[in-house]
Write a protein that binds this ligand. Structure first.
Ligand SMILES: C[S+](C)CC[C@H](N)C(=O)O
Ligand SMILES: N[C@@H](CCS)C(=O)O
Ligand SMILES: [Zn+2]
Length: 324
């Protein structure tokens, strides 16, 4: 694990808390994210709400906040009519907003001597190629025959360079749905010699494989071979699968494990809405979070459809047990 993460996990008592659904909370504050850029549209229209969401997750107890760049891509911004410099500027802004929120919140906790907070880390989000396509393929992993690892590297290259140079503590590759993209990202981190430690998290719809149906084990082998990857895990995956996934990962990697599942609702990529959960017995997230820590996760949080109240409950559950 990279030093900075190791230190945070230790300070948090063995399991650090990641924030919750970012786009979900932006919507709750009134943002319209029904847009090809999804939550990244707010970088153009409502940057103040982005900072507000970060503040709410910090207040809830997040030790790591993830920037608003999940679906912020250079081709996406160009298609919106922005210039290249403007697109790159917005990527930097996403990290800047998170850093400002972290720094302001930290200053205020020092002043008020509120207990139990750690100085949070800022992770720069990088969503998959499928997220940019906005066609549901981030949950199928099917990019079509014309998409190669080289094409994926070219898609990710400039965004990665710009975000890494904007001063995040971590890079968070989120909801990676297939092995080719995992391989492309690892190669890109080496080719660009990125010095910011990364996490690579997969998405899964069945709890046994990546969304593409490929094996976690094959992908972990690729990630294990890279020193640039500090943390591996899953996000935006139904919570009922997470404990089994951690136990499976534990057998196949020595890297730290991060898990931040969604609420269990299912994204309908065509209708662009969340479908309610039908058959999942709703054990509360904080109860599950304790089990995830016991199973071996070092970082725990939430993804889509989880909120600051989810993260507050997770933080209270983990930190009270860890003596914080
Ligand atoms: C994590 S999904 C809900 C993100 C949204 C999707 N990429 C879209 O733009 O439709
Ligand atoms: N960090 C993103 C992930 C979407 S899957 C968000 O929480 O909106
Ligand atoms: Zn999600």
């Amino acid at each position: 694990m990279a030093g900075v993460v190791e230190e945070l996990v230790k300070k948090a008592g063995g399991c650090a808390v990641i924030d919750g659904g970012f786009a979900t909370q932006l919507e709750a504050l009134g943002a319209d994210i029904n847009d090809p850029l999804w939550s990244a549209a707010c970088l153009i229209t409502k940057p103040h709400l982005i900072k507000e969401v970060h503040m709410q997750y910090l207040e809830a107890g997040a030790d790591v906040i993830i920037s608003s760049s999940y679906q912020a891509t250079i081709p996406g911004f160009l298609a919106r009519g922005l210039l290249l410099e403007e697109a790159e500027g917005l990527l930097r802004t996403s990290v800047q907003l998170a850093r400002e929120a972290r720094d302001e919140f930290w200053k205020s906790t020092l002043r008020s001597s509120k207990p139990v907070y750690n100085r949070a880390l800022v992770a720069a989000s990088i969503g998959s190629y499928g997220a940019y396509l906005a066609d549901g393929s981030e949950y199928s992993g099917s990019y079509g025959d014309d998409v190669t690892a080289e094409k994926l590297k070219d898609f990710h290259r400039r965004r990665l360079q710009v975000l890494a140079s904007a001063g995040p503590d971590l890079i968070a590759f989120e909801a990676i749905p297939n092995k080719m993209e995992a391989q492309a990202l690892v190669e890109l981190l080496e080719e660009e010699d990125i010095q910011v430690p990364s996490w690579i998290c997969f998405s899964s719809v069945d709890g046994k494989h990546l969304c593409s149906g490929e094996s976690f084990g094959d992908c972990l082998q690729i990630l294990n071979a890279s020193e640039k990857v500090a943390i591996v895990g899953v996000n935006c995956t139904p919570p009922q699968f997470v404990e089994g996934i951690i136990r499976d990962f534990k057998k196949q990697t020595k890297k730290a494990i991060a898990v931040y599942p969604n609420s269990g609702e299912v994204w309908d990529g065509r209708a662009k809405r969340w479908l309610p959960v039908e058959c999942f017995g709703r054990k509360s997230f904080d109860v599950m979070a304790r089990r995830w820590q016991e199973a071996g996760a070092s970082l725990v949080g939430g993804c889509c459809r989880t909120t600051p109240s989810t993260i507050r409950a997770v933080s209270n559950a983990l930190k009270s047990r860890n003596g914080q």
